[in-house]
Design a protein around this ligand. Structure first.
Ligand code: GLU
Length: 313
């Protein structure tokens, strides 16, 4: 089944990608992290990988980009592997907010003042503080090592320019982090926690890296190509649930209706998604729609999901 799907994807994808690319002009490249604004408005790329390592790719799939919020899924998994569910969910909730991803309003208004979920910025900053390690360098080293393993790519590293750019302009994230420290949610030094957070957001990947990482989630934590179990199934289940309920910002409900797959997007225009038991998928399209997701990327995924009946709902 997956082979014939691959054949059909091979035949359809190049033309469909070009059709979706026509929509990039309606989106906007993120500029609040100045370095991200250097990305090309018209870029669109996709890489789809199956359990045998066969892949189909199209468009600008070789363009490197930073993971941004996509990294939050995997730092959550690492924190769960380090400390277990009870410790993590003592500090972070499990519900969507309906607010912007960088909002602090509910931290003040809703007792006990913990972030609503691990995929909004407040939640992910908290999770960064929970990753095991004695110092920020050790935490960052462990995160990068884990990501390299999942992507099966030892060369994965940071985009230092994006890291610096975000660190210099991240005033809102700084306020969130200090608020969390005030609420007793963050115990460590705030600047150290932010350094870990900004570092994992600046890990640079291509669509192929995202596809391979997604493939591990599609196979419940085991890399189907090497057979190695990298994540306990329970934590994959938790991550995929958050991706479904909060992974596409305040368009997660719409994405669930139109595409019906667990996914996580980032402000760089990346989307990581998966077809359970079948494919890992990485997408890049820096022009974002009003909800902050890659405009052309979502367009392409909607079309693919409908054609191949991928929605799990
Ligand atoms: N590093 C970004 C920030 O904190 C991530 C946001 C995102 O991709 O949604 O603003």
């Amino acid at each position: 089944m997956s082979e014939s799907t691959m054949d059909r994807l091979n035949a359809l994808l190049p033309e469909w990608l070009e059709t979706s690319r026509l929509h990039t002009g309606q989106g906007k490249v993120a500029s609040y992290i100045p370095e991200l604004f250097k990305a090309s408005q018209d870029d669109l790329g996709i890489h789809i990988m199956d359990a045998e390592g066969n892949h189909v790719s199209a468009g600008d799939c070789g363009v490197p980009f930073t993971m941004q919020s996509i990294s939050k899924v995997f730092t959550l998994i690492l924190a769960l592997m380090d400390h277990g569910e009870e410790a993590v969910f003592f500090n972070v909730g499990k519900e969507p907010t309906g607010d912007d991803y960088d909002s602090m309003i509910k931290l003040e208004l809703v007792e006990p003042g913990i972030p609503f979920n691990p995929l909004i910025n407040a939640g992910a900053i908290t999770v960064s503080s929970l990753v095991g390690g004695d110092c920020k360098e050790e935490k960052s080293r462990r995160i990068l090592e884990f990501f390299r393993k999942l992507a099966h790519n030892e060369r994965l590293g940071y985009n230092e320019d994006v890291y610096r750019s975000e660190s210099e302009s991240g005033h809102l994230n700084r306020s969130l982090a200090y608020f969390l420290k005030h609420n007793g949610v963050i115990k460590d030094d705030v600047e150290d926690v932010l350094a870990v957070y900004f570092r994992h957001c600046s890990i640079e990947v291509t669509c192929a890296d995202l596809a391979r990482m997604a493939l591990v989630l599609a196979y419940n934590g085991t890399d189907p190509i090497t057979g190695e179990e990298l994540i306990p199934r329970r934590y994959v289940q938790i991550a995929k649930t958050f991706m479904t309920t909060c992974g596409m910002y305040n368009a997660s409900g719409e994405f669930a209706i139109e595409v019906g797959l667990p996914a996580k997007s980032g402000v760089s225009g990346g989307i990581l998604t998966l077809v359970p038991g079948q494919f890992g998928i990485g997408v890049i399209g820096p022009a974002l729609n009003r909800k902050g997701n890659s405009l052309a990327g979502v367009h392409l995924l909607e079309r693919l999901s409908k054609e191949f009946d991928w929605s799990f709902f």
